[in-house]
Design a protein around this ligand. Structure first.
Ligand SMILES: [Zn+2]
Length: 91
Protein backbone atom coordinates (compact mmCIF):
# COMPACT_ATOMS: atom_id res chain seq x y z
CA UNK A 1 0.00 0.00 0.00
CA UNK A 2 1.33 3.33 -1.00
CA UNK A 3 1.12 5.99 1.63
CA UNK A 4 0.54 9.38 0.19
CA UNK A 5 1.96 12.43 1.81
CA UNK A 6 -0.82 14.28 3.55
CA UNK A 7 -1.52 17.55 1.84
CA UNK A 8 -0.64 20.02 4.53
CA UNK A 9 0.43 22.77 2.18
CA UNK A 10 -0.41 26.14 3.60
CA UNK A 11 -1.72 24.77 6.86
CA UNK A 12 -0.63 26.58 9.96
CA UNK A 13 -1.42 23.76 12.39
CA UNK A 14 -1.89 20.53 10.48
CA UNK A 15 -3.43 17.70 12.47
CA UNK A 16 -4.54 14.17 11.73
CA UNK A 17 -8.02 13.18 12.77
CA UNK A 18 -8.00 10.36 15.30
CA UNK A 19 -11.71 9.71 14.88
CA UNK A 20 -11.56 8.50 11.32
CA UNK A 21 -7.76 8.27 11.02
CA UNK A 22 -8.06 9.58 7.48
CA UNK A 23 -8.81 13.23 7.72
CA UNK A 24 -6.10 15.84 7.79
CA UNK A 25 -7.09 19.38 8.51
CA UNK A 26 -5.81 22.70 9.74
CA UNK A 27 -6.38 23.34 13.39
CA UNK A 28 -6.01 27.01 12.67
CA UNK A 29 -9.00 26.97 10.32
CA UNK A 30 -11.56 24.85 12.11
CA UNK A 31 -14.85 26.39 12.99
CA UNK A 32 -14.95 26.37 16.75
CA UNK A 33 -18.46 25.47 17.87
CA UNK A 34 -17.98 26.02 21.60
CA UNK A 35 -15.35 27.65 23.67
CA UNK A 36 -14.92 26.92 27.35
CA UNK A 37 -12.40 28.12 29.83
CA UNK A 38 -10.48 24.88 29.63
CA UNK A 39 -11.07 23.77 26.07
CA UNK A 40 -12.50 24.52 22.67
CA UNK A 41 -14.70 22.23 20.63
CA UNK A 42 -15.07 21.96 16.92
CA UNK A 43 -16.45 19.75 14.21
CA UNK A 44 -13.88 17.98 12.12
CA UNK A 45 -14.18 18.83 8.43
CA UNK A 46 -13.33 15.25 7.46
CA UNK A 47 -15.89 13.15 9.30
CA UNK A 48 -17.98 15.63 11.26
CA UNK A 49 -16.90 14.37 14.65
CA UNK A 50 -17.03 16.81 17.51
CA UNK A 51 -13.66 16.93 19.18
CA UNK A 52 -11.99 19.20 21.66
CA UNK A 53 -8.46 20.09 22.54
CA UNK A 54 -8.43 18.57 25.99
CA UNK A 55 -6.40 15.68 24.68
CA UNK A 56 -3.55 18.08 24.47
CA UNK A 57 -3.92 19.50 27.93
CA UNK A 58 -4.25 16.07 29.49
CA UNK A 59 -7.89 16.36 30.49
CA UNK A 60 -8.93 13.33 28.55
CA UNK A 61 -7.30 10.33 26.99
CA UNK A 62 -9.72 10.48 24.09
CA UNK A 63 -7.57 12.52 21.80
CA UNK A 64 -9.47 13.77 18.80
CA UNK A 65 -6.43 14.56 16.75
CA UNK A 66 -2.68 14.44 16.63
CA UNK A 67 -0.43 17.16 15.37
CA UNK A 68 1.48 16.53 12.18
CA UNK A 69 5.11 17.46 12.12
CA UNK A 70 5.62 19.12 8.72
CA UNK A 71 9.12 17.66 8.60
CA UNK A 72 7.81 14.20 9.36
CA UNK A 73 4.23 14.10 8.13
CA UNK A 74 3.88 10.33 8.38
CA UNK A 75 4.96 10.22 11.99
CA UNK A 76 7.73 7.79 11.09
CA UNK A 77 10.31 7.10 13.72
CA UNK A 78 13.75 5.88 12.99
CA UNK A 79 15.58 3.42 15.13
CA UNK A 80 17.85 0.44 14.88
CA UNK A 81 16.73 -3.09 15.49
CA UNK A 82 18.51 -5.74 17.51
CA UNK A 83 20.83 -6.45 14.60
CA UNK A 84 21.83 -2.83 14.24
CA UNK A 85 19.84 -2.34 11.06
CA UNK A 86 18.02 0.91 10.53
CA UNK A 87 14.31 0.43 10.89
CA UNK A 88 11.51 2.88 10.50
CA UNK A 89 8.01 2.53 11.80
CA UNK A 90 5.01 4.61 12.46
CA UNK A 91 4.99 6.04 15.93
ZN1 LIG B 1 -12.11 12.55 10.77
Amino acid sequence: MQRTRPDITGMTQPVRCLRCHRGVYDLGKVEVTARYTDCSMWKTPCCGSVVDDRGETGWTSRKGYERIDPDNPYGWREDVDMYGRAVVWRG
